[in-house]
Design a protein around this ligand. Structure first.
Ligand code: ADP
Length: 497
């Protein structure tokens, strides 16, 4: 049996490739940043060819870096930035335009129109999502209506739609396979997450012809074989999942009630809720966690837009620190934030508040406030936002998270992790491998080709680096959290547009 699994991790800011061994340990990695294209305020695009070429280059480089031949690779797993939308020509494989990225707000007017027509409850019930420009459906509709000739070509059956996983799969297989997995389909606003099929009614409301759509397959299973000329062998592409679901899988959150938080630019909290998609309140979305064969499992998801990005702002916007890592020592130089709260609502607030008009706010400043207090209050804000989401999750699904598994770039900050345990009043657990997104994709692919026997074996591989126990007493925790809630109220509804 070949000894490696190749994970392709196509993210918002870079395309990376990581080679994992049979123990699930990363052996080598390679990556390339990708260009962010901002044609207008609030619009974000990527070049699909650049996505493909940078991903292919990373895959070739990681093999070279490890001194591995393609014959030593058992399978390829793909994980990707979700929701980003690409249309291309069925015959030539040429993209019609740049990809519309998940962050792009250009379809806000269309979303508004759909909401005014009272369609939100039905979309929510079928797709698990809220009507928001974030998801793919309105992006496809926008392309069909705004790229000259696109709608006519789509109606003739000449075009294909795909999220980034689907595009990479198509390119890797030399245009032979047009498919996606359940997790990515569940972010399109067009997929019925209970019936596990494209939803005719949603498609008709969005005016998207079904001929565009890829086949939807389980996240774990062989999707196709890579063109031998690309990497040196006809490697099976055997696992696909969107980045946040892949991280949940990589964290081995296989039991109902287990959850993880990824601390990157934003924070994404996902909790495994099992085989039933839940009827929901209005604060979170339901998403497919993965499909391993027959049927799927679901997750509740809370997306926090600004987390590590607030630390970047301390560095680049305010110049209070020289590196993100420096935030730890500076925050640790004071015993508390001394009543200061920073609400980093720079682009409004996501889950559970969903207030696009909220704006960044700092309250509680006195003459004694120093930059150390501001930095500490910013780290606390990441932890408070996470508590907001987790409390909402627990009350919506009547489950209690026993511990919080964490990953992402900012989990290197021990103080942040301790603050999180204190504010949550629960254990925070950092695993030994924090590249959980790529690991999740490798696990899905490796399971499909028999590298690992099943989820129990993967559970056995998950290793703790460090556990952070809550140390703060309950009354202090409550007092701090009440202060946060008051600060959030001050931040809401600020922008007039
Ligand atoms: P993404 O995948 O969203 O680009 P990463 O997982 O690479 O993000 O994490 C990078 C983010 O984490 C940045 O926003 C950065 O400010 C933050 N970060 C990195 N190291 C630290 C640290 N030691 N303390 C606090 N924040 C950090």
């Amino acid at each position: 049996m070949p000894e490696y699994i190749l994970a392709l991790d196509q993210g918002t800011t870079s395309s990376r490739a990581i080679l994992f061994d049979r123990q699930g340990q990363p052996v080598a990695s390679a990556g390339h940043p990708i260009r962010q294209i901002y044609p207008q305020s609030g619009w974000v695009e990527h070049d699909p060819q650049e996505i493909w070429e940078s991903q292919l280059a990373s895959a070739r480089e990681v093999l070279e870096a490890a001194g591995a031949r393609a014959s030593q690779v058992a399978a390829i797993g793909i994980t990707n930035q979700r929701e980003t939308t690409i249309l291309w020509d069925r015959q030539t494989g040429e993209p019609l335009a740049n990809a519309i990225v998940w962050q792009c707000r250009r379809t806000a007017p269309l979303c508004q129109e759909l909401k005014e027509r009272g369609l939100e409850p039905s979309f929510r019930q079928k797709t698990g999502l809220v009507i928001d420009p974030y998801f793919s459906g309105t992006k496809v509709a926008w392309m069909l209506d705004n790229i000259p000739g696109a709608r006519a070509r789509a109606e003739r059956g000449d075009l294909l739609f795909g999220t980034v996983d689907c595009w990479l799969l198509y390119k890797l297989t030399g245009g032979r396979v047009h498919a996606t997995d359940y997790t990515n389909a569940s972010r399109t606003l067009m997929f019925n997450i209970s019936r596990l099929a494209w939803d005719e009614e949603a498609l008709s409301e969005l005016a998207v012809p079904s001929s565009l759509l890829p086949t939807v397959l389980p996240s774990c299973g062989v999707f196709g074989q890579a063109e031998p000329s690309l990497l040196g062998a006809a490697l099976p592409i055997a696992g696909i999942a969107g980045d946040q679901q892949a991280a949940l899988f990589g964290q081995a959150c296989f039991q109902v009630g287990m959850g993880k938080n990824t601390y990157g630019t934003g924070c994404f909290v996902l909790m495994n809720v099992g085989h039933d998609s839940l009827p929901l309140g209005s604060s979170l979305v339901t998403t497919i966690a993965w499909g391993l064969g027959q049927g799927v499992e679901y997750a509740l998801e809370g997306s926090i837009f600004i987390a590590g990005a607030a630390v970047q702002w301390l560095r680049d916007g305010l110049g209070l620190i020289a590196t993100a890592a420096e935030s730890e020592a500076l925050a640790a130089s004071v015993p508390s934030s001394d009543g200061v709260y920073v609400v980093p609502a720079f682009v409004g607030l996501g889950a559970p508040h969903w207030d696009p008009r909220a704006r960044g706010t700092i309250v509680g400043i006195t003459r004694g406030t120093t930059r150390a207090h501001l930095v500490r209050a910013t780290l606390e804000a990441i932890a408070f936002q996470t508590r907001d989401v987790i409390e909402t999750m627990e009350s919506e699904c009547a489950l209690t998270l026993p511990e919080l598994r964490v990953d992402g770039g900012a989990v290197a900050n021990d103080l942040l992790m301790q603050i999180q345990a204190d504010i949550l009043g629960r254990e925070v657990v950092r695993p030994a491998v924090t590249e959980t997104t790529a690991l999740g994709a490798a696990y899905l692919a490796g399971l499909a080709v028999g590298c690992w026997q099943g989820q129990d074996e993967l559970t056995g591989k998950w290793r703790v680096d460090r556990r952070f126990q809550p140390q703060m007493d309950a009354s202090q925790r409550d007092e701090l959290y009440q202060g946060w809630k008051r600060a959030v109220e001050r931040a809401k509804g600020w922008a007039s547009e």
